[in-house]
Design a protein around this ligand. Structure first.
Ligand code: SF4
Length: 700
């Protein structure tokens, strides 16, 4: 009898439900889950091709030590010994974990508990730092917690949806489909896209603002000033529920379209149109993604747009609010368990002594970390200068995805002890491992993920793991036991980890925090197996109504329960120079995911865009003697080069080039575009500026 399993797509933060069907002969097919509230049966090209990516070629089957297969006992003993020795000889901050938004929440929980509670360091960061750290910082400054106020339904209920730095059509395709359907049914709905490129998402836009890179703060400051000048401020809301409005307004300056135009590069007429539309529309949702976050002023961009929602009281009510679209399938779940160097667990703060005390007592932890650890870019710099003696990388490929990626590669090469847990044997990072641990992948592992609207869904296994592959949580728990922490990591399965995570969220909480899933603290294995998708909060005490929006009642999570306006003044910065005259923007394409270890296995997905390319405006191409499909060479201040195919298009702004992030040294010679990006990052969030570097361009 064919077997069907309800699970969740492992790609983007939309978090679509998938039904996987395994035939008697082992063939697998997938379809959208019509009952999942994120997608109601829809899937995008990546989700619908999931079965084509299950090819076992290249999978890691057994633990490897210095390139030779060994038993799990030998491999895990080596890991436990190396981490114990480093801590004994150099202290707890000489070890580090670098994780991934691909991990399940249960994996993340065990990693965070081990590092922050038992090894005594907070040197645990994740590729989510490259994805949404600026949103986290902005949320915490404005709301006192890392909380996305709204739901996907709000996009369908809004009269104006503003997409800022978000190519939703390619990067969150099913949500884009929902938006397109809603707009088709209600043509009065307006969509504004703010993006330097005219992307596929612009096709839905009533207005496309081709803003200069990092011009967003000036635009949203201008909007705040315009709202004040035109009487669109919700004075009662601002007075009752916020603080800092006067300072933010003073920092915003004047709503003068000519001044805004100077910084943003936008025509004054388009600026007037946008300001008037926002001011006149009550139901506004502002969605933002990596074009906002991946910036050296990312946190200020986030707070600049949140300021406008606070000023108008348009938050936490149907069809209104700022909305961070999470790039990865479980970046949100990682945040919930504190899987970032500057967070603790269950949305508690590592800087707060009461929070640390609460977590330490709950975990019965011997050595709780008492200060934030190293964020991703700093972490690899610490690897490079020898401060990190033992490094464990899980489920990610930083040799390709980190900025200044060749420096990161060189740093890992010099690290005395490197563990890599991965499903694939031959990634650019796995090749550098002293110990390679084979991990279970999508379809083989069990756990939960949280999508961009705070919905927790199950990922379920429907295939046996290949060879000796084991879940990431199991690998870490076993190392913890070998390091002497037997009792705290004796988990019989992921359900026990999930129940402990839920119990921690409710422990001495008293309703004072946003993240609370205490209703699941006593979940049995059977209940966990049958868990249906739900949005947090879901506290042990039943909520009075089913509205899962935050802040509709005007109560925020700062101690005084008020939201904070943040005065932001960052101006767009010019990084180009005569030597490097082009602005480089990087990002995703429709049909590939990260470094293509999975999507690269599908011929159908690879057919969409078969090789890396640089989008160049035809005027620039003509000036540099470049024809469509020529090979072009890009170079940056990092001293690295990439060679890719020229793709001439008027969707690209003159003076800028776009290169996708997916290709590696394996899949394209000199295709690793992140080697060109310097390690510049937002000072508050630590998120690298992956969308704004300066490069030179020439025909190859
Ligand atoms: Fe998967 Fe995202 Fe596509 Fe949904 S929209 S099927 S979660 S990649």
């Amino acid at each position: 009898m064919p077997a069907e399993t309800r699970t969740t797509c492992p790609y983007c933060g939309v978090g679509c439900g998938v039904i996987a069907r395994v035939e008697d002969d082992g063939r697998v097919s997938v379809r959208g889950d019509p009952e999942h509230p994120a997608n109601f049966g829809r899937l995008c090209s990546k989700g619908s091709a999931l079965a084509e990516t299950l090819d076992p070629a290249g999978r890691a089957h057994s633990p490897m030590l210095h390139g030779r297969p060994v038993s799990w006992d030998t491999a895990l003993d080596a890991v436990a010994t190396a981490f114990s020795d480093a801590i004994r000889d150099h202290g707890p901050d000489s070890v580090a974990f670098y994780l991934s938004g691909q991990l399940l929440t249960e994996d993340y929980y065990v990693a965070n508990k081990l590092m922050k509670g038992f090894l005594g360091s907070a040197n645990i960061d994740t590729n989510s730092r490259l994805c949404m750290a600026s949103s986290v910082a902005g949320h915490r400054r404005a709301f006192g917690s890392d909380t996305v106020p709204g739901t996907y339904e709000d996009l369908e209920l809004a009269d104006l949806v503003v997409l800022v730095g978000s190519n939703m059509a390619w990067c969150h395709p099913v949500l884009y489909q929902r938006l397109a359907v809603a707009k088709a049914a209600r043509p009065s709905m307006k969509v504004v896209v703010i993006d330097p490129r005219r992307t596929a998402s612009s096709d839905l836009a009533d207005l496309h603002l081709a803003i200069r890179p990092d011009g967003d703060v000036a635009l949203f400051n201008g909007l705040l000033a315009h709202l004040a000048e035109t009487g669109a401020i919700d004075e009662d809301f601002v007075a009752a529920h916020t603080s800092g409005f006067a300072q933010a307004l003073m920092a915003a300056g004047r709503a003068d379209p000519a001044t805004i135009a100077e910084v943003t590069g936008l025509p004054a007429q388009q600026i007037r149109q946008f300001l008037a539309l926002f001011a006149a529309t009550e139901k506004v949702v502002t969605c933002y993604s990596q074009g906002v976050n991946q910036s050296s002023v990312g946190s200020d961009k986030v707070n600049g747009l949140i300021n406008c929602h606070l000023a108008t009281g348009r938050i936490g009510r149907p069809g209104m609010g700022p909305f961070s679209l999470t790039g990865q399938p479980n970046a949100m779940g990682g945040r919930e368990v504190g899987g970032l160097a500057n967070m603790l667990a269950a949305h508690m703060a590592i800087e707060n002594p009461q929070d640390r005390d609460r977590v330490q007592r709950f975990w019965k932890a011997p050595a709780i970390a008492d200060r934030p650890g190293l964020k991703a870019v700093d972490l690899f710099e610490a690897v490079a200068d020898g401060r990190i003696k033992a490094l464990w990388i899980m489920s990610t490929n930083p040799v390709v995805s980190m900025p200044d990626a060749d420096r990161v590669k060189a740093a890992i090469e010099t690290c005395p002890f490197v563990v890599v847990s991965d499903i694939e044997m031959h990634t650019d990072t796995a090749r550098l491992a002293h110990v390679l641990l084979p991990a279970t992948g999508w379809g083989e592992k069990n756990g939960t993920v949280t999508n961009s609207e705070r919905r927790i869904s199950r990922q379920r296994a429907f295939l046996p793991p290949p060879g000796e592959a084991r879940p990431d949580w199991w690998q870490m728990a076993d190392v913890a036991r070998r390091m002497g922490f037997e009792d705290a990591f004796a988990y019989p399965g992921p359900h026990a980890i999930f129940a402990e995570h839920a119990a921690l969220s409710a422990f001495e909480n008293g309703g004072s925090r946003d993240f609370d899933i205490g209703a699941h603290a006593d979940a049995t294995e059977a209940e966990y197996a049958a868990l249906t998708p739900f949005q947090w909060p879901q506290p042990a005490q039943a909520m009075p109504d089913a509205d899962r929006r935050f802040f509709g009642d005007g109560r925020f999570f700062h101690p005084d329960r008020r939201a904070r306006f943040v005065a932001v003044t960052a101006a767009a910065e010019t990084r180009t120079s005569p030597a490097f005259p082009f602005v480089l923007n990087t990002g995703r394409v429709r049909d590939h995911w990260h470094t293509m270890t999975r999507t690269g296995k599908s011929a159908r997905l690879s057919a969409h865009l078969a090789e890396p390319f640089a989008e160049i405006h035809p005027h620039d191409a003509a000036a540099y003697g470049i024809a469509d499909a020529d090979l072009v060479e890009l170079e940056s201040v990092t001293g690295r080069r990439v060679v890719v195919r020229a793709l001439l298009t008027r969707r690209q702004a003159p003076g800028a080039v776009f290169v996708p992030m997916h290709w590696t040294d394996e899949t394209a010679a000199l295709g690793r575009v992140d080697t060109l990006i310097p390690g510049r990052r937002d000072p508050l969030s630590g998120q690298p500026a992956l969308k704004h570097a300066a490069v030179s361009l020439r025909r190859h």
